[in-house]
Design a protein around this ligand. Structure first.
Ligand SMILES: [Ca+2]
Ligand SMILES: [Ca+2]
Length: 343
């Protein structure tokens, strides 16, 4: 850990490391599971690594600073939450999000789970402590976002979170617990907010869907938004051949967010935003897919989109086999997320 801290040149990271070195679990003191790509100065962006800790623990983060970042204009931030058995570098490789960040000039923050907290490096989305503002893993991820906001010029109106699998479940949680930070959510093969509230519940929810009512969970999410209630534009993806997380979960996630945004729009449970698609379109981009659009009937604006991708397993579509859980066949999910987020 000492070498890692000394190697970091930025004063704020030195401060972060020296402050947090005492509390790092043994797991975090080791090397990351994958090796960062060789830095290529100027033509592409670069990695900045650090740790963040609070009363709920310590985690690494990996930040991709895009090639065009020069601190003169506020840039968007994409928060990327990896799935089980992944880390930040792996997720970056599989999604190719950093190349998009270089092309469009946005920062990419990859919080990392640690083996000390989950033996498979899954975010613990299924525990109540991690489903509340001001506690658990959401508080750590939010702390990392605040740290990036304090050290870089960030367009706070354009901060979105995207996740895969357990990371997608946590992305939904972040939208409910920190809507003051998170303005849009993308969940690839995830689970709705509080879709499970125990480890055993998580296993059955993944295999066959949550036993809880998505409408009730949507209201719970709305209440959790507290003083920062807002319509949360949501982009959902699921492969039709996903054998790890049942597609029922993405349908439930859509119902949950429809209810949350229905309430957030005008404080009324009156279905100006609902879980019935207002339009759909099919296409082929290597794989065939159908996209469902959900609009606010009062404004006509699209609030949510759901992509069901034919034949795709448990993987990020349009990715690179340089990373795990990535399918090189399209549609290109990373581009769709960046477009949806307005980056
Ligand atoms: Ca409403
Ligand atoms: Ca409703």
């Amino acid at each position: 850990m000492k070498f890692r801290c000394l190697a970091l040149l930025l004063p704020f990271l030195l401060a972060a490391c020296s402050r947090q070195a005492q509390v790092l679990p043994a797991d975090l003191a080791g090397s990351p599971k994958t090796t960062p790509p060789t830095l290529r100065a100027q033509s592409t962006g670069y990695w900045v690594s650090g740790t963040y800790s609070n009363a709920y623990g310590a985690r690494y983060y990996r930040l991709w600073v895009p090639a065009g970042y020069d601190g003169t204009t506020a840039r968007p931030v994409m928060v990327m939450l990896h799935g089980c058995k992944q880390d930040g570098y792996d997720f970056a490789a599989g999604t190719r999000m950093n190349a998009l960040a270089d092309a469009r000039n946005f920062l990419v923050l990859y919080p990392e789970q640690g083996t000390a907290y989950n033996s498979y490096d899954c975010w613990n989305w299924f525990y109540d402590v991690n489903q509340r503002r001001g506690s658990g893993e959401p508080s750590i991820i939010a702390g990392m976002i605040s740290l990036v906001k304090s050290k870089y010029r960030v367009d706070a109106a354009r901060v979105g979170v995207a996740g895969l699998s357990a990371g997608a479940a946590m992305a939904n949680i972040m939208g409910c617990t920190y809507p003051d930070h998170i303005r849009k959510v993308a969940a690839f093969a995830g689970v709705m907010y509080r879709g499970a509230i125990s480890a055993t519940g998580a296993t059955s929810t993944m295999s066959s869907g949550s036993p809880y009512d998505p409408n009730e969970r949507g209201t719970s999410c709305y209440n959790e938004m507290s003083t920062s209630k807002r319509v949360m534009p949501t982009l959902l993806f699921h492969g039709s051949s996903d054998g790890t997380v049942s597609i029922t979960n993405t349908h439930q996630t859509g119902a949950q967010w429809a209810q949350t945004s229905d309430l957030a729009y005008d404080s009324l449970d009156d279905s100006d935003i609902d879980n019935t698609a207002d339009a759909s379109a099919s296409g082929t981009a290597c794989r065939s897919y159908t996209r469902y659009d959900y609009r606010n009937s009062a404004t006509g604006g699209t609030v949510m989109q759901k992509y069901i991708i034919s034949g795709l397993g448990h993987a990020w579509s349009g990715g690179s086999t340089a990373g795990s859980y990535a399918d090189p066949c399209g549609p290109d999910a990373s581009t769709l997320v960046a477009n949806f987020f307005g980056f």
